[in-house]
Ligand binder design. Structure first.
Ligand code: ACM
Length: 712
């Protein structure tokens, strides 16, 4: 591949690479794919003599970004001994000789704003690289692209010649972390911000309060965090530190104070705010609770005014999220005083009552200079149009809000805690292809927000739940809508994933120590082979088999396993290729070698499991892996024979797969089953398939596995 990469820039010189088929034809695995890329001839070397010139109004973000860039260049092996520190803007005479020129026109806004110009142009010739932008933000993003372009070849580092004109498709490219259900300390937040900025995400949505924890210090109402957090909260100094850290990386920080539901932790110290008599305790389990603020009490608004005023000063961002989701109304319906209030004010139902609460909240938040953001449930005809809707219900709900004139962003489709495939997140679009949303409504679609709810994640596992899948969401929100090639995304994501790990995220490596703890001092590799092929159950299936509390250790095989098995995904692609192109000896050899390795893994793992009670859950999957792999190998034998496998074999094989597929107490799925099932189906029907020719096989088997469903 390496030689090809060197040759390509020459072959492609001067050829516009359109967004549809982007980096696949270029020499770099850029993520997100820029809006316009035109590869040129040659490359600029980055070596010890590298110099940098800047021209633009002084901005500490550029300085900080360059310092980080230097660190990354050094890590690539660029000898930066003589590298000039950032030249002051006056040193213009050096600009023509500089290896890299950073040029920006305007000073950034004092507080990074939604819709601020983030575009940049990066022109790399064999002589120098010039990065130009309207604002420091464009320089930050352009530097990320520049660093992604840098490649090491033959011990030297260079950046290929190219002209990149880049700008985001959406101005809101968020990532939410729920730090309440499971506490996530500042180290987690900072490394997440590092990851975000490398893929040009620009909003950190900090879900700070929940039934299970009130995670921010309030100096005005200290009982909120003192009684509501078990001591696990962010001090105001830490908040300022995070805000500054994020700002340096081009990221806004929007806090969320979820109310009037999801507020149990508030009520521990302030039971007088509740709709039901206390006392209250921090919630230790998950779900939708009855507890809610009492919208009829003036002292609720007095406290909210004081608290949100304090938070409005602490968080400089122009937006404040008030939550608003999942109020079940039970404590309102059981309170005669609240019922009387509703009657007096002609409020027909809970939704009306919540809207009356939101109207008061809207006045408070607006008076403190912020724009209100809320989950879908805040939508109500009585509420002003400048509320921003975050849609966890879906693109249709979002489009509906946009038609009504509300700005909004998509969260649905980006729930990373559901353990779904990267591709499913990648193809979720705030403005899906074919959307008939009129132009004036499209303007209201601000972007999207990847969400990490933390019922089932700890600081030890959160990286593997966030990354690299969040990078695919980042690309959806930054790159042109036409960039939708899933295979190309996966290819580039592999590179991006390695980069992210180099920043200190542990989404690839973090499972090894977890697995090691499961097997004690035994060899970890056999369990690693299995862990690479299992995935946690999807959606909210976890927690339905056993009961979880916030203090339940999350240190089992299911926690170590990654949401999407890379090995199984690759195997599935190979099987698809094989079935599309007809039994091919070379392909079959590859498939066989994987299957044989998996089949034999149990022999190595079993004696370890015999001595490792904590890893006992692996046993059933390890046995299943052997059985499933054996069936895959047999299917390949039958396919090579040119004739259908005997009917009895087909039945037995399908039965084995069905058994392996059954839900297990381990809350894991063996991710190779679907691909092996395809081989088994093909082997069982080869006589019928053969006359059709291979390209039809895969399609036919796909149809058998997923019969078209009637629209509901
Ligand atoms: C939500 O998922 N309840 C916002």
């Amino acid at each position: 591949m390496r030689t090809l990469l060197v040759v390509l820039p020459v072959l492609l010189a001067g050829t516009a690479v359109h967004a549809q088929a982007p980096a696949a034809s270029g020499p770099a695995d850029l993520m997100p794919v820029p809006a316009e890329v035109v590869w040129q001839k040659g490359q600029v070397p980055l070596d010890a003599k590298m110099t940098v010139a800047t021209r633009g109004p002084a901005d500490p973000r550029v300085t900080a970004a360059w310092e980080r860039a230097l660190g990354r260049l050094r890590a690539l092996g660029v000898g930066t001994a003589k590298a000039a520190p950032l030249a002051p803007p006056s040193s213009m005479k050096d600009e023509r000789k500089a290896t890299l020129v950073l040029r920006w026109q305007n000073a950034g806004l004092p507080v990074q704003a939604l819709g601020e110009d983030e575009s940049y142009t990066l022109t790399v010739t064999p002589r120098q690289a010039v990065l130009e932008a309207g604002t420091p933000l464009g320089i930050l993003w352009g530097l990320e692209t520049f660093l992604q372009l840098a490649r090491v070849e033959g011990g030297a580092v260079h950046v290929p010649a190219v002209v990149i004109k880049d700008r985001p498709r959406f101005p809101w490219r968020g990532l939410m972390i729920d730090v309440a259900r499971h506490w996530q300390p500042i180290e987690v937040i900072k490394r997440t911000l590092d990851g975000m900025s490398s893929v040009k995400m620009n909003v950190f949505h900090w879900h700070l309060t929940e039934d299970q924890g009130f995670r921010v210090e309030s100096k005005r109402y200290p009982k909120l965090h003192e009684r509501g957090s078990d001591g696990k909260y962010f001090t105001q100094e830490q908040v300022k530190d995070v805000v500054a850290y994020a700002r340096d990386r081009g990221i806004r920080v929007m806090p969320e104070f979820d109310m009037p539901g999801h507020t149990t932790s508030w009520l521990v110290g302030h039971p007088e705010l509740a709709s039901a008599p206390g006392p209250f305790q921090i919630a230790r389990t998950w779900g939708i609770f009855d507890d809610a603020l009492d919208p009829t009490r003036e002292e609720v608004y007095t406290l909210l005014d004081g608290f949100l005023g304090e938070m409005a000063a602490l968080f400089p961002d122009a937006y404040m999220h008030i939550g608003g989701d999942e109020v079940n109304g039970r404590s309102w319906n059981q309170n005669p005083r609240i019922q009387e209030f509703m009657y007096q004010h002609r409020l027909r139902d809970d939704h009306d009552l919540q809207a009356s609460f939101n109207k008061r909240l809207y006045e408070i938040v607006t008076r403190h200079g912020k724009r209100v953001v809320g989950w879908d449930e805040v939508l109500h005809p009585d509420l002003p149009r400048d509320i921003v809707v975050e849609s966890w219900r879906g693109p249709e709900a979002l489009a509906q809000a946009a038609r009504l004139g509300y700005d909004g962003m998509l969260a649905n489709g980006y729930y990373l805690d559901l353990n779904l495939s990267t591709a499913s997140h990648y193809l979720s679009d705030p403005l899906p292809p074919g959307s008939d949303l009129p132009e004036e409504a499209r303007r209201h679609i601000l972007g999207g927000d990847a969400c990490m709810w933390s019922e089932m994640v700890t600081p030890e596992t959160i990286d593997s739940r966030l990354w690299p899948r969040a990078a695919a969401v980042a690309e959806r929100l930054w790159s042109p809508a036409t960039v939708r090639d899933v295979d190309d995304m996966h290819r580039r994501l592999e590179t991006e994933s390695q980069r992210l790990e180099a920043f200190g995220l542990n989404h690839r490596s973090g499972y090894v120590p977890m697995l090691q703890k499961l097997v004690g001092d035994a060899a970890v590799e056999p369990l690693g082979t299995l862990a690479d092929l299992v995935e946690p159950v999807k959606h909210y299936a976890r927690g339905q088999v056993r009961e979880y509390r916030s203090d339940t250790p999350l240190d089992r095989l299911v926690d170590a396993a990654r949401p999407e098995s890379e090995a199984a995904r690759r195997f599935r692609r190979q099987v698809d290729f094989y079935l599309k192109n007809g039994p091919d000896a070379a392909q079959a050899t590859d498939l066989r070698s994987s299957l044989a390795r998996w089949r034999d893994n149990h022999a190595a793992l079993e004696p370890i499991l015999d001595r490792s009670p904590r890893a006992a859950e692996a046993r059933v999957h390890s046995r299943d892996l052997t059985a499933v792999s054996r069936r895959g190998l047999e299917a390949l034998d039958h396919l090579a024979s040119g004739h259908s496998a005997p009917a009895a074999w087909g039945e037995e094989a399908r039965n084995d797969l069905a058994v392996a597929q059954k839900p297990s107490a381990s809350e894991l799925e063996l991710a190779v089953i679907p691909a092996v099932r395809k081989l088994v189906l093909a082997a069982a029907q080869l006589d019928q398939l053969a006359p059709m020719g291979p390209p039809a096989w895969n399609a036919l088997i796909e149809t058998q596995l997923n019969p078209p469903r009637r629209r509901e």
